[in-house]
Design a protein around this ligand. Sequence first.
Ligand SMILES: Nc1ncnc2c1ncn2[C@@H]1O[C@H](COP(=O)(O)OP(=O)(O)OP(=O)(O)O)[C@@H](O)[C@H]1O
Length: 742
Amino acid sequence: MNRNSDCDDENTQCNGIDDISPDQGHTIPILKKILDLSTKLQDLKHRHIALSDEVKLTTNSFPDPNFLKSFQLLGSEYELLKRKYLHESSERMRLYNEVIELKGNIRVFCRCRPLSENEIANGTASVINFESSHDNELQVICSDTSKKQFKFDFVFKPEDNQEVVFAQTKPIVTSVMDGYNVCIFAYGQTGTGKTFTMEGTPEHRGVNYRTLDELFRISEERRGTMKYELLVSMLEVYNEKIRDLLADSSTQPTRKLEIKQAVDGTHEVPGLVEAPVYGIEDVWGMLKSGNRARSVGSTCANELSSRSHCLLRVTVMGENLLSSQRTRSHLWLVDLAGSERVGRTEVEGERLKESQFINKSLSALGDVISALASKSAHIPYRNSRLTHILQSSLGGDCKTLMIVQVSPSARDLGETLCSLNFATRVRGIESGPARKQMDLTELFKCKQMVEKLKHDDKETKKLQDNMQTLQLRLAAKEHICRTLQEKVRDLESQIAEERKTRLKQEGRSLATASALVSSKKAAVQKAVTEKKPPLGPSKFRMPLRRISNFLPSSSPLPSKKRVGTSSMAPASAHGKENIARTTSNIEKAEGLSRPRRRVSIAVRAPAPSTAQLLQPRRRVSIAAIRLDTSYITTPLRASASGFNGGSNIMEEPCQQSSIRSRKARYSRLFGPLPELRALNENTPIATSKFMGSPMQADSRVAKHPTLVALQRKPLLWSPLKLRGLKNNRRTLVLPSRPSIEM
Ligand SMILES: Nc1ncnc2c1ncn2[C@@H]1O[C@H](COP(=O)(O)OP(=O)(O)OP(=O)(O)O)[C@@H](O)[C@H]1O
């Protein structure tokens, strides 16, 4: 369509050129073209919008429910397959281990090196026949007539290269990735290719390098389900001493290393360098530096003879990402020093000493193998450093592979036979099933953590219990506190009420008393004015002649009430005692001296004058109490009876008759007049008011009213004063100012 329109445009253009003038012929077609192009642009814009809408619709319709469903199904299928894969791989591992166990956890391979150039040049014949090697057998031609047959788990011919050797070794070494301890050691006469098999050369890498390469490959392969960490250590046992081959001897002195048994039962060498490796490049560099540090020397059998046992240890720490199961296993790759006949190798001096140590340790290894083979109760692992360090990886629950190296040379026949016999013994060992090595360090840590958690839980529970108890106690105390506060508030309001009431009562009492006093005064004044002259000064005072009682018939506070009030004195021990004593004494005195009397005496002065008449008249209150004479203490006998004051009057009973007679005399002298007696009998006065007076004891004795009046010690009766007494914790009976009113 566009093409047509373009053609149309072109036609139009052609036509236009024909119709218009030469001046307009350039402008109009261009304008037309611009218009056409604008229209086309508009069309294109519309189409773009339409297409964009279409695309939008497609994008929005992308999360189709069916698609989502299928996506979810695929996800669940993936999970299922993953689980199945894990199950299958674990099953494969189990079956694989079963096969290894059926084959025997201690396996023996035999490898024969090729004849060296020198041997070939010397025309040395091979004494080993490999015709039946396909059956893992070899024949040693001892002589023309005798051949000795040996059978191993695998026999490598001289032409078998390193790859073939590792292909057979690989299934065992890779068990370390499944958590099994593995030990591979090369054993044989010196110069038979042990180092060549284990270490190899850069061109012909040995078991060590290939094993680590394989471990890294497996680690990468199991990346989704397992997480591995590889640590490498390298040490040598030289003359029964352990030497760290990875330690930097240039910066730090060579440390003496010892074998220790760890908590989890494994044998460790504390202080040994454990270098983490993350790739084969790291391993190769490490192996090279370790091998450089190794003790080597030249013997007539081998130019670069290993004079020590070299041990490469690979620690594999695995964690199953699905089950979180952790494993920690060791792979020992051991290149033993060569067994040699001292006489034959013609060594002496330091080399001889080295050879003796080497032979001794190899002999110890032979003893351990023999003990394991014969299932002896005691395995002499500790007879040498070599067997001691390999204790966890030799026999028992680990996988062991021995590669016995032999020489095909007729000159080495004797050593070859020795090595093959030894290897045969090793192969005869029936070990139990290998056991997966769980990471016991982690387990131990977990156990410790569990124990700590349990302990912490207990402590937390205890603390929680304590806290709850304390909270309960606190709540109870708060409750008590609130109750007490409420009580205090109630008591305060009660006290305030009582105070008000008392003030009112006091006010009323005072009013009553003042009214009485004023009326009494008026009466007395009247009586005195009518009958008696006013009292003169004391020195001119005449003896009393007449006594009149102007006290009201009833006291504002009855005596019983006052006694009761006194019992409300403060409850101190001393106060209580005093009050009790006083009360009992008062009761006793009341019983003896009833009726109580109070006498008011008005005395007129002897020389009445006009001025004296205007003087205030004096009133004297006299108390006469009938008391048991035995309780009386007079001033005269106060010293004899230990008189100390009013409060002690009744404490010492008077028992002596002489004192009684004196008392009778005093009674006659100071006894009240007969007319006063009559008055006293009708005057109800509180006995307690006069308690403590030395003359109050007996009404019969109180003969002299003036003396009685002067020695009277009145009691306070005002409620206010009583309250004051109460507050001051004073006894009810108190010596006070004489109530003689002037
Ligand atoms: N399978 C083999 N193929 C080729 N060369 C070999 C093989 N085995 C050993 N050799 C060679 O034999 C020589 C001695 O080998 P090697 O040093 O490994 O013996 P060794 O048992 O470790 O001796 P020593 O116990 O004295 O250390 C080396 O030069 C090595 O290259």
